[in-house]
Design a protein around this ligand. Structure first.
Ligand code: SF4
Length: 531
């Protein structure tokens, strides 16, 4: 490592205690977060490039783009050059899964096979917009239910003419569940937090699941609708404060959300005595700092309070004691974006879509290996095979599907002949997978099974927050074992069992299921890894 790289990585040891002291806090209060979050810990040169190392970009070329980017920039991922001119940070997902591999050069996206040319200046930076349609080819429904009209069509009338209880009842009738992966009933969560005017609702735009870019689409294309859903949620919960957390890897979404808040204030949708009522509400937009687990709701609360983004045991649930001890509802961006439609059109109409136990629609994101990658809105229960073949058009020419990752690193894998399963949490669980945030990442013959297995364990080891030992130790040991090339005796099976049963949060508990499903999907090619 160069001296400059050491200096860059050591910066946090200088500035973090100083910042802590300014607030009258001990040095550890600054050093803890500064060394936890990737954005704070990574060295930053005058030119800072982030290269995506997550599943879809990895699948686009077996991860070869990282080496190409390192060569063209003259600096290794995680380092800074001797003159502190250029630094390179490997990040897990920039939300360009449909066009990868991807980089952010500063805040400028570069995508596709000619990534190195774009970074060297031999070609213009190129990043196509997200192709977004529903199953009939119409624009995405969640973002365009009042098609062609602006957001904030629902809120003014609702806040004037309905009660919070009526809004809550409508959402309860819809059966809407959280779309971020946990799938908790939204109305039940809201009801649990209705005890205080201090209640806070957080729109969780920390879309960390590699393979999904639905929240990025919503925040960039229709930030007003996300805010309108947040306002309705605050109204139903009796809270006066909303927060939008946007991950730092989405600079465009962050800028659009900030503009949308200003516009909402100017339009009288936020502020004091909204639309002539006695309702007060304001919203703050906060930028994330680079951590996968910090999207989990207890970790998210810790992060918003300025601490390390570690998960903690529940109870107390955030709805009982969350942000600064106030009752706190954390809802994913996609979840909130569905609320204006539900309130305007009726919860029962929403509930008529989807399956009996999982109502409504879901945005699914197809990765770059598909012939027609993009973000599609489908009813829950739509067969995965139909999504892959009819919407995605199968894989691009020359690519043969080997395994399909569903629901991100904590979701699971399906073999090419296992796609006849409805897209729902219950049905996917029957195949050892999970819906997650419904990113579908296709792997083809250019990536070896062992490389995919290693990739999943690398993700687990890198993103474990370290709060509990089954996951902190298990993810590292799991990676060591797969790097040796063979499961050793009973240790691997025991490790998976302990992680799955004793980890504190869903991250550690889901990793074993994900790697088992991967081994099953590859069959003979990963013989011995299905433990
Ligand atoms: Fe952190 Fe992993 Fe434990 Fe979750 S399971 S609290 S991510 S160490």
């Amino acid at each position: 490592m160069s001296d400059a790289a050491k200096a860059g990585q050591g910066d946090a040891e200088v500035w973090a205690p100083e910042v802590a002291e300014r607030f009258g806090l001990p040095a550890a209060a600054g050093l803890g977060p500064a060394t936890f979050y990737a954005d704070l810990a990574a060295p930053h040169g005058r030119r800072h490039v982030r290269v995506c190392t997550a599943a879809a970009c990895f699948a686009a070329g077996a991860g070869r783009h990282v080496r190409q980017v390192e060569e063209v920039l003259g600096v290794a991922a995680g380092h800074i050059d001797a003159d502190a001119d250029v630094s390179l940070q490997g990040v897990r997902c920039l939300g360009y899964c449909y066009a990868g591999p991807a980089c952010l050069d500063g805040d400028t996206p570069c995508t596709g096979p000619a990534l190195a040319d774009q970074l060297s200046g031999r070609a213009e930076p190129h990043a196509p917009p997200i192709p977004a349609v529903d199953a009939t080819g119409a624009p995405v429904l969640l973002a365009g239910v009042v098609e062609g009209e602006d957001a904030w069509q629902v809120w003014p009338e609702i806040v004037r003419t309905r009660t919070p209880e009526q809004v809550l009842a409508e959402v309860a009738a819809s059966g809407l569940r959280g779309r971020g992966g946990a799938g908790f009933p939204v109305a039940a969560k809201w009801a649990a937090a209705r005890s205080s005017p201090d209640t806070v609702v957080v729109a969780n735009g920390d879309e960390g699941d590699p393979g999904s870019y639905a929240d990025r689409l919503l925040m960039e294309a229709d930030p007003g609708r996300v805010l309108e859903g947040l306002a309705l949620a605050c109204f139903a919960c009796g809270g006066r404060r909303g927060v939008v957390l946007v991950r730092s890897e989405y600079p465009r979404a962050l800028a659009r959300m900030r503009i949308a808040v200003e516009q909402a204030r100017a339009g009288g949708h936020l502020g004091r005595r909204i639309h002539g009522t006695d309702v007060d509400l304001d919203v703050e937009v906060v930028e994330g700092s680079g951590s996968y687990v910090a999207g989990e709701e207890t970790a998210l609360v810790a992060g918003l309070e300025g601490g390390r983004g570690c998960a903690r045991p529940r109870p107390p649930y955030p709805t009982q004691r969350g942000l600064w001890d106030a009752p706190t509802v954390v809802n994913n961006v996609e979840t909130l974006a569905a609320v204006p439609w539900i309130v305007a059109c009726g919860g029962d109409i929403y509930a008529a879509r989807g399956t009996l136990s999982e109502s409504g629609t879901k945005l699914v994101c197809l990765s770059e290996r598909f012939a027609r990658p993009g973000c599609y809105e489908v009813e829950l229960g739509t067969p995965v095979l139909r999504i892959v073949v009819e919407l995605g058009g199968g894989l691009r020419e020359g690519s043969d599907l080997t395994v399909l990752q569903v629901g991100g690193p904590l979701g699971g894998f399906l073999a090419a002949d296992q796609l006849d399963v409805p897209l729902s949490e219950a049905d996917l669980a029957g195949r050892g997978a999970a819906l997650g945030h419904a990113g579908l990442v296709a792997f083809d013959q250019q990536v070896e099974p062992e490389e995919v297995l290693r990739h999943v364990w690398e993700f687990a080891a890198a993103e474990s927050c370290g709060a509990c030992s089954p996951c902190r130790v298990g993810s590292r040991r799991g990676l060591e074992i797969v790097r040796t090339g063979a499961p050793t005796g009973q240790e691997y099976a025991r490790l998976l069992r302990v992680m799955g049963e004793a980890s504190l949060c869903a991250f550690g508990r889901r990793v074993p299921a994900a790697v088992r499903s991967l081994a099953r999907a590859y069959g003979e090619r990963l013989a011995g890894w299905d433990q």
